[in-house]
Unconditional design. Structure first.
Length: 79
């Protein structure tokens, strides 16, 4: 697949870093909106299958997100 578009697109370098990140996120959101057309490599599927098998074999090994988040917030906010 050739690269017909200029990299970066015109005007990109003139944006501040926050605007550049916002621009890239907006591009990704446009791609993600067409998820049925985004190919998923076989190795991604294999990793997901492995993780699902591990979850099924060890259902109590993890912690709920709310608990992890609370611990992270305590650590970052010193509470």
């Amino acid at each position: 697949m050739g690269n017909a578009l200029p990299l970066p697109p015109p005007g990109f370098d003139e944006l501040n870093i926050d605007e550049q990140i916002e621009y890239v996120q907006a591009l990704w959101d446009r791609i993600a909106a067409k998820e049925d057309r985004v190919p998923v490599p076989d190795w991604h599927r294999e990793i997901l299958d492995e993780r699902l098998a591990d979850l099924e074999a060890n259902p109590d090994a993890g912690r709920p997100w709310e608990e992890v988040r609370a611990d992270l917030l305590k650590t970052t906010h010193g509470k």
